[in-house]
Design a protein around this ligand. Sequence first.
Ligand SMILES: Nc1ncnc2c1ncn2[C@@H]1O[C@H](COP(=O)(O)OP(=O)(O)OP(=O)(O)O)[C@@H](O)[C@H]1O
Length: 388
Amino acid sequence: MNQTDKQVDFSEKLHPQSNVKKVIGVVSGKGGVGKSLVTSLLAVTMQRRQHRVAILDADITGPSIPKAFGLTEKASATELGLLPVKSKTGIDIMSINLLLENDTDPVVWRGPIIAGTVKQFWSEVIWSDIDYMFVDMPPGTGDVPLTVFQSLPVDGIIVVASPQELVSMIVAKAVNMAKMMEIPVLGLVENMSYFACPNCEEKYPIFGESRIDETAKEYGLDVIAKIPVDPRLASVCDRGMVELFIGDWFDSFGEKLDGNENLEEEVEESKMKIAVASENNQVTQHFGHCESFMVYDVEGSKIVKSETIANPGHRPGFLPNFLYDMGVNVIISGGMGGGAIDIFNEKGIQVVTGAKGESQKVAEDFIGGNLLYTGSVCRDHHHESSCH
Ligand SMILES: Nc1ncnc2c1ncn2[C@@H]1O[C@H](COP(=O)(O)OP(=O)(O)OP(=O)(O)O)[C@@H](O)[C@H]1O
């Protein structure tokens, strides 16, 4: 089922006593690649550069920031609002773990509740005079990170990946998600890029040869840092002492950030191609058997060209490759089989299912961030009638 909802602008709802100048989201195409570590290192780097820094831990189901900073006290509240907890060096931090009585309790909330909590972290916490707020985003490119993205006025994002993700299309998905939301991608960080032998200068690519330069070139992005696998990094995080890390990986990025008042100017206007599986100009329920694809070229937030491409025929695995070859970044359909979704995912194409209504209107809603989708998959795709 398709639902539309006006994109919420939480920037107006920042707590009256808060003042946050720049919000930078740290994302990863999947969990466990070091997103929280990178968020922490970035925050510490900017703190060392004499800025007032905050971390909003939006990774509600896997909050790791309080542990890395060794925070044991809980957040407190006044009648005016919630107060972040200050780290040893004065970084303001808010995380669900600072509110839960027992921080080993699992958080098993659904997307809307998670997004609601992140919204409260933005609007009900008093963030006093923050120059840089780093947001540790939920991992992945699914419904939850997308909703959180829509909930915060993020000025730019940093994509973290390990060498394996850089080989796959996971990074492409993260980059496409940011493009969809019209958020500038400030650059890529390759974590666990290599292991540096402590006895010689040799660097060993233990998780595969670095692909970051190639990937960055492909998407026209900057390489921010290549971080080695370093047991000392794991150790400072485990001991709650990330503020003591030794390394200059983010120094030049910090310098650049300081010299760059307007992050938006950093990137060219984003472009993307959206295909909508259609029947009589309406989104069809049956991706493979659609009459045509309405294809929209988008620049910034405007459709600059539209064309109708007849469905060249339904053969297993054929259509995703056909659309990929056309340069499509996003496919919208009512229903779609799991096999097709998998191929689109492998190719880094964002899949939006559960859409309904007039094709161009649906594409416009998507561009405006107003299309919420169900992510529904047709489990049995042999017959059209099974695709509901
Ligand atoms: N370069 C590195 N060298 C050594 N250890 C690392 C490195 N990067 C991350 N780690 C360790 O790997 C673990 C996972 O890192 P982290 O929590 O930052 O990942 P994440 O992407 O935020 O995970 P999630 O998405 O599940 O929250 C942590 O214990 C961290 O200390």
